[in-house]
Design a protein around this ligand. Structure first.
Ligand code: CTP
Ligand code: ZN
Length: 151
């Protein structure tokens, strides 16, 4: 009972083991703004079996892995759990995609992706553990935390 901070859901998607403090950014990446009528629960900094984590629960919606893999950038240890009738019917780890388009902005102010041109920022993943990405256009490798560059 001590660990139960958020109630179980009947149907939907639970994104578990999110890097602590990143739950709101996860929602942002998924384009979930809370204006619709879907029920969303967020737990931030809860203590799980393996230390602190964030959790996001989205009821009555099964997110597909392509959609969710985008969050691997800021929550590399997250698991996606599909819940049907209170049971976990699918569980997978997020996978960093090969290309990251339109999610992270380039830190280089002179990059074409930061100009007035209608060009979506695009990064190529050069290493996964630890994560290293570089801008497709100017080849700059962000030195700062990627979470701070989320658009
Ligand atoms: N969950 C939920 N509603 C359900 C079933 C599960 O919200 N009806 C949540 C759990 O609270 C947990 C996640 O979905 O955060 C995964 O559930 P489960 O696999 O049962 O938990 P663990 O075995 O602890 O998962 P893991 O081994 O991935 O940590
Ligand atoms: Zn660039």
């Amino acid at each position: 009972m001590k660990e139960l901070k958020v109630q179980p859901i009947k149907d939907g998607t639970v994104i578990d083991h999110i890097t602590p403090g990143n739950a709101l950014k996860v929602l942002k990446i998924l384009g979930i703004e809370g204006r619709g009528d879907s029920i969303i629960s967020i737990a931030i900094n809860v203590v799980g079996k393996r230390g602190r984590k964030d959790i996001v629960k989205i009821e009555n919606r099964e997110l597909d892995s392509n959609e969710v893999n985008k969050i691997a950038l800021i929550a590399p240890n997250a698991t996606i759990n599909i819940i049907r009738n209170y049971e976990v019917v699918e569980k997978h780890r997020v996978v960093v995609p090969d290309e990251i388009i339109g999610i992270v902005r380039c830190p280089n102010p002179n990059c074409i992706s930061n100009s007035k041109e209608p060009i979506k920022p695009k990064f190529i993943v050069i290493k996964r553990q630890p994560l290293r990405i570089k801008c497709y256009y100017c080849e700059r490798e962000p030195e700062m935390d990627i979470a701070s560059l989320i658009i």
